[in-house]
Design a protein around this ligand. Sequence first.
Ligand code: BGC
Length: 410
Amino acid sequence: MAASVLGFGTTAPAADIKEVQMLHWWTSGGEAAALNVLKQDLGKEGYVWKDVPVAGGGGAGAMTTLKAMVAAGNPPTASQILGYFALDYAEAGKLGDITALATKEGWAKVIPTALQKFTTTNGKWDTVPVNIHSVNWIWLNKAVMEKIGGTEPKTFDDFVALLDKAKAAGVVPLALGGQPWQEATMFDSVIASTGGIEFYKKAIIDLDETALKSDTMKKSFDNLAKLRSYTDPNYAGRDWNLATAMVIRGDALVQVMGDWAKGEFRAANKEAGKDFICYRFPGTDGAVIYNTDMFAFFNVPADRKAAQTALADAAMSKSFQSAFNVIKGSVPARMDVPDTDFDMCGKKGIADVKSANASGKFVGSLAQNYAQPPAVAAAYDDVVTKFFHGEIKTSDVAVTELIKAINNAK
Ligand code: BGC
């Protein structure tokens, strides 16, 4: 009808497609519950949700699927993405432009500057940050903690003493999922604890070779090796949420994990302070080693752009950033969202982000692709996991291999 009104040779613009196709790796109970908030918000606006889930914590599998979709010229409306992966797509000219909405909504004023490095390219917004996670947390079963008479560990040595107590009481001390990304994520915290956050910055953010081959780096590997002795024998290959479940059930004392673990406690109806306890990884209080889940918007046909804008708008609303992050375990990426609805761990998370940001202790996680490009992060994962599983036998060899692998990847 419209075409004939416009006359020969002219076609009316196609109607907007009311569909959101979303690629993500949020497949655990807590993650799915959090994502549901978004599905519902967009459903209210008449959008059909087309889920593209690719299981695998840390997102390696999802990134492989995304790469194939983009290469085939068939990118999703949006994809969950981490830091440097987004920068690579932006550099390759694959991302769209949501600057008009960003300007209208004043996002630049409410998102930490550190994150804007990843959400914008040459001043143009192409992704939105839906949360701030941090990796330097530990999650403890409160009843087990009471049973063994444990108290908050303030240093790495305290932590080892606490794990010893659990071991002596016949409880699995450390619930671990032995997958490369999980071990590397834990190592981020171990480095910051062993050498302090300034050391983390030198070694991991600046890739300063003197720091990377220092005794402090060797000690970090030695500390990582210590943790290995507190796992159960079946840790290899275990998914992160199954490790969380061990703590939830009281089969293990503690898990070292990003605050997506809290989403699992919540999904199991467990309450912070009553059923479980959160502490910063011992020796890292005051610092936040972050990773932010972003939605990247790719170049899509004109009739799919309105869906991107709707998704970006929904994901950046204050109410969504509160509701979603309460369930997800993370904290809002917007600094103007009140902490009212958050539990004690969430309130601490929000306060920590603000103070770490102000004191220069807000640093990206290498394992989670917020410190270096993907190839360097993958090299790190590889060396850490080889060391953890005994293929690299000493911390001396580990630092040499790490420097070699990083230099090859650069
Ligand atoms: C993501 C989290 C997710 C976790 C486990 C991390 O890389 O940032 O949102 O919950 O992986 O799947």
